[in-house]
Ligand binder design. Sequence first.
Ligand code: NI
Ligand code: MN
Length: 223
Amino acid sequence: MPLKITFLGHAGFLLDDGESVLAIDPFLTGNPVATMSAGDIKCTHIALTHGHADHFGDTVAIAKANDATVIGAFEITEYLGEQGLSKLEPGNPGGRIDLPFGSVAFTQAFHSSSYEGRYMGMPCGLVVSMGGATVYHCGDTALFSDMKLIGELHRPDVACIPIGDRFTMGPQHATKAAELIGAATAIPIHFNTWPPIEQDASAFQPEGVSVRVMQPGDSWSVA
Ligand code: NI
Ligand code: MN
């Protein structure tokens, strides 16, 4: 089946190819816009962009409940090992990991990464190849010109781009990011979860890119 993408709210997604389900940044408990709870998530894999609580979220509970493999920065997987998880795939920017459904590559992201005061390694973007489609989840990041290079190297079909400002790009820089990446479709993320990152998504208007604003719980299939 074509890749089905479900938005969990904030920066979280489920990617489903009919056999494997990859949860990205599954932050549900304490997420004011989430429509699903951690117990609703059925997945085979979890991938994390970085360690901040609004991304790390319910990873430990979901991984344990589903016996799921977690893909993330080396320091995040070390921490997860201490929490009793053993199915771990550590990585770092520049690297790619082949997985049963395809692959996950780590890109740089200009941000920080910690959890409960502990250093969690480099913040990352993730390029997921799954179900015949390629999705570049930028993670939390500022704009950087190598987004053009990431677009050339990975040819993503879909880019998930933060537009909330303050902690990441705002709509103006995110518009430039979408144009540099060159994916056919861009999904704005990391906005309207809380007042400090309230944004009007209509200000995100990249040229030549179709913008798909997803509400938490929405799904669509990448044709
Ligand atoms: Ni963050
Ligand atoms: Mn964040």
